[in-house]
Design a protein around this ligand. Structure first.
Ligand SMILES: NC(=O)c1ccc[n+]([C@@H]2O[C@H](COP(=O)([O-])OP(=O)(O)OC[C@H]3O[C@@H](n4cnc5c(N)ncnc54)[C@H](O)[C@@H]3O)[C@@H](O)[C@H]2O)c1
Length: 335
């Protein structure tokens, strides 16, 4: 592993899991986390490494080009894991501007400042790598059949996915135009500890525990692939170290669920973990609400490339991971 790693968005869900994962796995490396600390951040997730001399946090907005330049030039990163982004589709529908700024302009600022700094030295230019973390949502929606692969055409439907698609194209252009050492991952829905309350799994758990209605969009027929966040961390690590420059890698859990079936599954596990008997089945709280505009019907992932080229695989035990995740949120919400 490289010695100085810059992680952007490390105070968010995936970034904080990634930092804990990498910090433990690579005792020779130092990690700098830059994050603007939005509503979605929680630095306490990083308490386990807070006192480490191999970890530093700096509050920084990647939309601020000068701040990005200064940090790149003072830290001299050998590698970047770029996760900072506005990430919630519903928020992008209500107000798209921060998504375009953080996700497109922010990505450009980082890439351009890395390019300018790295190109000053031939060794640095060749060896230093920029990993861009993106989403399967850039490919739009699927019908009942098929799965996204790296060759799927881009067809983003929400301002969020459009902003991520835009950032993917900027990254792509830095490889084709400048020969910069970039790699991109596009993954499916992550689940696990540290996710913000607004997302589906935390929302179901929180509303159920509060005995409020559990909101489900439309009829709950939309299908998502679910990837455990630690499996995703391993995939990012692998692509960062061994992926082919300029390539993209799709990452998924091979684990499709209709939203309504997943919500019922969470209720069943909650009934077992904290339920008060058959009279108070959490499933009775499920309430269908007006569908999200432009709600993609189905996402599915063909992860053959990362499996065959890099030997990545996801863990088999979805139900166990889901139960652990639920236990984590029950503890959080019952505090
Ligand atoms: N969560 C998922 O299921 C999922 C799936 C596919 C891809 N992704 C991608 O993974 C990355 C991380 O997602 P997440 O779920 O951890 O999101 P998150 O919202 O939990 O965390 C994002 C972090 O980025 C920071 N950030 C946002 N804008 C910033 C800016 N301008 N400057 C500095 N920091 C900024 C926020 O403060 C936050 O801490 C994103 O790029 C997202 O698009 C997430």
């Amino acid at each position: 592993m490289k010695k100085r790693i810059l992680v952007t968005g490390g105070a968010g869900f995936i970034g904080s899991n990634l930092l804990l994962h990498l910090h433990e796995k690579y005792p020779e490396a130092h990690f700098l986390n830059i994050d603007k600390l939005s509503y979605a951040s929680d630095l306490s997730y990083l308490d386990p490494i807070k006192g480490s001399n191999r970890y530093t946090f700096k509050k920084l907005d990647i939309v601020d080009r000068k701040a990005v330049r200064d940090i790149i030039r003072s830290y001299k990163p050998e590698g970047v894991f770029h996760l900072a982004a506005e990430s919630h589709v519903d928020n992008s529908i209500k107000g798209p501007e921060p998504f375009i700024k953080s996700n497109v302009l922010g990505t450009f600022n980082l890439l351009e400042e890395c390019r300018q700094f790295w190109k000053e030295d031939e060794g640095r230019w060749q060896n230093n790598r920029f990993l861009h973390v993106s989403t399967d949502e850039v490919y739009g929606e699927l019908g009942e059949q098929g799965a996204f692969s790296e060759d799927s055409p881009y067809a983003p439907n929400s301002p969020y996915s459009a902003s991520k698609a835009g950032s993917d194209f900027v990254v792509r252009s830095y490889f084709h135009t400048y020969g910069m050492n970039v790699v991109t991952t596009n993954c499916s829905n992550n689940f696990g500890p540290h996710q913000h309350d607004e997302k589906l799994i935390p929302t179901v758990i929180r509303t159920a525990l509060n005995k409020n209605n559990i909101p489900v969009y439309g009829k709950g027929e939309n299908v998502r692939d679910w990837l455990y966040v630690t499996d995703h961390c391993e995939a990012m690590d692998l692509v960062f170290r061994e992926g082919t420059t300029g390539e993209t890698y799709i990452v998924g859990g091979n684990n499709e669920w209709k939203n309504i079936d997943l919500v019922k599954k969470i209720c069943d596990i909650l009934n077992e973990e904290v339920g008060e008997g058959p009279e108070s089945d959490y499933k009775s709280l499920i309430t269908f609400v007006t569908d999200r505009p432009g709600h993609d019907f189905r996402y599915a992932i063909d992860a053959s490339k990362i499996k065959e080229e890099l030997g990545w695989k996801s863990q088999e035990s979805f139900e166990e991971r889901l139960r652990e995740t639920i236990q984590w949120y029950v503890k959080r919400y019952n505090k």
